[in-house]
Design a protein around this ligand. Structure first.
Ligand code: FAD
Length: 295
């Protein structure tokens, strides 16, 4: 099984400095790769490349996320050439999140499957290509079946493996894994695991874009530690709220570790931890799960 992390390019120079340190700490767990997010319309393309370089400097493999948003064929060709020139030959080919108010990608391609086909045609086998999979169905899909058919198309167009959207509904994940195998999708599945550390961030992550189901266990953790009047308003002088935050983090970590245990028994290709650029919390999860030890 592979083991990997997702990072995002920080907005500030200080954040970039800290990230080098974070990558160093996470490398102690010998990850197979780090994937690095790419902002809508390539807004953070420069910093994305800087983070890829940091990962290369650390002696590990960077997988750059790359989207169709705002990109013409020529721009895609140019950017991908530049990634290859810098030694980055792994990518996650995505449609991309549509910026607020947009109805399409504003680029030459509308779907990730077209991007995969284009990259294969232009660059042959020079890139290893991952694609996104949504165990609960992408938020805009017509049906789960239609979404699985699209995933098969990505495989047929030359994709190598899948990285999944977060999914806390384990029964749904099992159904989806069975369904994609029945559909002839043989690509390995690296499961995206979102650590549960913060109440507001968890609710936001589930509902702001992805429409993810929060299972009963997770709902109970949220309810037990609900910060009144609402968890989106933070007041550090409120001792009771700070207590609840600490309890939420502890219960959330336990929940994340149980999820990892289950995923590891399902015949998946790998665990892809959304590291949120936080090496301490993530190291604690890895250590307590027994998934990897430091060497
Ligand atoms: P697609 O596979 O193109 O699917 C998009 C929708 O269109 C789906 O509903 C699908 O069913 C439908 N569809 C696809 N093809 C067709 C077709 N031919 N005809 C009709 N309908 C079709 N976003 C970013 O902007 N930056 C990132 O760095 C980033 N990282 C991500 C990392 C992971 C692991 C994942 C899972 C997602 C990430 N995303 C990122 C979010 C992703 O860009 C969004 O989920 C986006 O809305 C869909 O991308 P996709 O590649 O799954 O799109």
């Amino acid at each position: 099984m592979t083991f990997s992390f997702e990072l995002f390019p920080p907005k500030t120079d200080k954040g970039m400095e800290n990230l080098r340190d974070t990558i160093g700490h996470l490398c102690e767990f010998r990850p197979d790769y780090f994937s690095i997010t790419y902002g809508a319309g390539g807004t953070n393309a420069g910093r994305n490349m800087d983070v890829c370089r940091m990962v290369l400097d650390a002696g590990t493999v960077p997988v750059t996320h790359f989207t169709c948003i705002g990109n013409t064929r020529e721009e895609i060709r140019e950017q991908l050439r530049s990634y290859l020139d810098q030694g980055v030959d792994h990518m996650l080919a995505l449609r991309g999140d549509l910026p607020h108010g947009w109805t399409g990608t504003g680029g030459d391609f509308s779907y990730a499957s077209d991007l995969v086909a284009f990259v294969r045609r232009e660059f042959g086998s020079r890139f290893e290509i991952a694609v996104a999979g949504s165990p609960e169905g992408h938020i805009q899909c017509r049906s789960l079946e239609a979404d699985i058919a699209v995933l098969k198309q990505k495989q047929d167009n030359g994709a190598d493996y899948i990285m999944t959207q977060l999914c806390w509904d384990m029964e749904q994940f099992k159904r989806w894994l069975d369904a994609i195998r029945r559909a002839g999708i043989t690509m390995p599945v690296d499961v995206g695991v979102m650590p549960i550390l913060d109440q507001a961030a968890t609710i936001n992550m589930a509902l702001s874009r992805n429409g993810c189901v929060m299972d009963r266990d997770l709902c109970r953790i949220i309810s037990r530690n609900w910060i009144f009047p609402n968890p989106f308003v933070s007041d550090p002088s409120d001792a009771e709220a700070e207590d609840k935050k600490a309890r939420f983090r502890e219960e959330g970590m336990e929940y994340t570790i149980r999820q990892i245990d289950t995923y590891r028994t399902l015949g998946i290709g790998g665990i892809h931890l959304y590291a949120l650029n936080k090496w301490k919390d993530v190291s604690e999860i890895i250590g307590r799960s027994g998934m990897r030890t430091r060497v």
